[in-house]
Design a protein around this ligand. Structure first.
Ligand code: ATP
Ligand code: MG
Length: 404
């Protein structure tokens, strides 16, 4: 029997005008990830046909694709009752293989020409399943699986095993964003939350070789690969910035207390330049409020002062415990807790300023040419093109003059 994945999306919250774009982007994101499958849109549903040997991997992809509310596995049949029975029994058999026994049949009759009403068809199909699979039983209120029958103009669509997916909006509908990605727990989660709101994501990471080792960068690369899997099959770019000289310059010229904020300002400036060259208008960070001394409103403000772009901080209201839960769920936690150093821990001040004022920052930065530092860093850096967890290419970064 030819199986399909029946995809449902959160249609309720969608305004009329947005809906077309939402559907178009979602269909394209599914196509990008599933390669040679056929993806077809019917009213309120997306039907994806996949070769049976790829059903399992396709289901995995569906469960992490943003914009999908839930999905089930199903198949088309004719209006012939015997066909409907046989297909329903077949799907019930699949459910039994997964250890599920109690069921319920639910019919939606969208095509009113069909001679039987929903309430008439449900018991007929139910009886047939009970007859052919005597270990099953009906449970109307709390079934382990449902056989869902939709009588449509196009034919009869029967599906079972509804699985909840990730929800959110399809990646790309909200535009593009650049994530400041460290090797920590927070920023990958912040990136994932941005993707969930429909942002097509790239990331930028600052490292300071030889102070930060190769393994520290591998860790970030691995986080970027994981995030790329949630990017709706779209290319995910990791900008890897060589930060050593800038850190040394900051260390040399800036009062120690201010060096962390100053480094962050430089990171923000560089991220902003890269984003603008790519016509990206949002920057995402894993910053929170009050978690560490450096993350105060005052400090966030002087860091943000280095960009004109909108800065999104999806984790602002999260407790650490909630962030850790999400990190485990999306598969970044184990990598994030590997003990390799981050560039910010290399020259960390013992007593960083908690309430930086722009006036003071401008004073302590007087000996630095941030523009010049930023330009040098960009010239020495590399960009990784990643797609669905694989690196496609590593190349140098070019920024046209007018954007730099
Ligand atoms: P994380 O767990 O993401 O490292 P954190 O709670 O440890 O966050 P900080 O280390 O103060 O907080 O970093 C705040 C944010 O600054 C990070 O979430 C990230 O967005 C950005 N950031 C910090 N270090 C780097 C880096 N080396 N490269 C790129 N971005 C960074
Ligand atoms: Mg950190």
């Amino acid at each position: 029997m030819n199986r399909f994945v029946v995809v449902r999306y959160g249609e309720i919250a969608l305004k009329k005008g947005n809906r077309k774009l939402f559907e178009k982007v979602l269909v394209n994101n599914i196509k990008r990830q599933l390669g040679r499958s056929t993806v077809e849109r019917i009213r309120g549903r997306i039907i994806v046909s996949v070769p049976s040997e790829r059903l399992r991997s396709s289901i995995e992809i569906m469960s992490r694709t943003f914009g999908i509310q839930n999905f089930s596995v199903g198949t088309w049949t004719s209006y012939d009752l015997e066909d409907i029975y046989l297909t329903s029994v077949d799907l019930a058999k699949d459910e039994m293989k997964r250890g599920r026994k109690t069921f319920k049949v639910e019919t939606r009759r969208l095509d009113k020409r069909f001679p039987l009403k929903s309430v008439e068809l449900n018991p007929l199909v139910g009886e047939r399943i009970l007859e052919e699979l005597p270990e099953t039983s009906v449970d109307i209120h709390n079934p382990e699986f449902k056989i869902e029958i939709e009588i449509r103009d196009e034919g009869v669509l029967i599906s079972s095993g509804k699985t909840t997916a990730s929800g959110g909006l399809p990646v790309g509908v909200s535009g593009r964003a650049l994530l400041l990605l460290s090797g920590g727990i927070d920023s990958p989660v912040a990136g994932w939350l941005a993707q969930k709101r429909g942002l097509d994501l790239d990331a930028i990471h600052f490292s300071s070789p030889p102070y930060t080792g190769e393994r520290s960068f591998d860790k970030v690369l691995s986080l970027a690969k994981t995030l790329s899997i949630y990017n709706g099959g779209r290319e995910f770019r990791l900008y890897s910035m060589h930060f050593t000289d800038a850190q040394i310059a900051v260390h040399k010229h800036v009062e120690e207390r201010y060096s962390l904020v100053c480094q962050r300002r430089l990171m923000m400036k560089i991220a902003s330049k890269i984003a603008e060259a790519q016509r990206i208008i949002a920057i995402v960070t894993g910053e929170n409020l009050g978690q560490v001394a450096s993350q105060t409103l005052e400090n966030l403000r002087v860091i943000e002062e280095q960009t004109e772009l909108i800065v999104l901080r999806p984790l602002l209201s999260y407790d650490k415990i909630e962030t850790i839960e999400l990190a485990k769920q999306i598969g970044t936690f184990e990598t994030s807790i590997l003990p390799y150093e981050d560039c910010c821990t290399v020259f960390v001040p013992s007593n960083p300023v908690t309430k930086a004022r722009l006036f003071d920052i401008n004073r302590v930065e007087a000996g630095l040419d941030l523009e010049c530092l930023a330009k040098d860093i960009i010239e020495k850096s590399k960009m990784y093109r990643i797609k669905n967890g694989d690196i496609l290419e590593v190349k140098s970064i070019e920024i046209p003059e007018e954007a730099s």
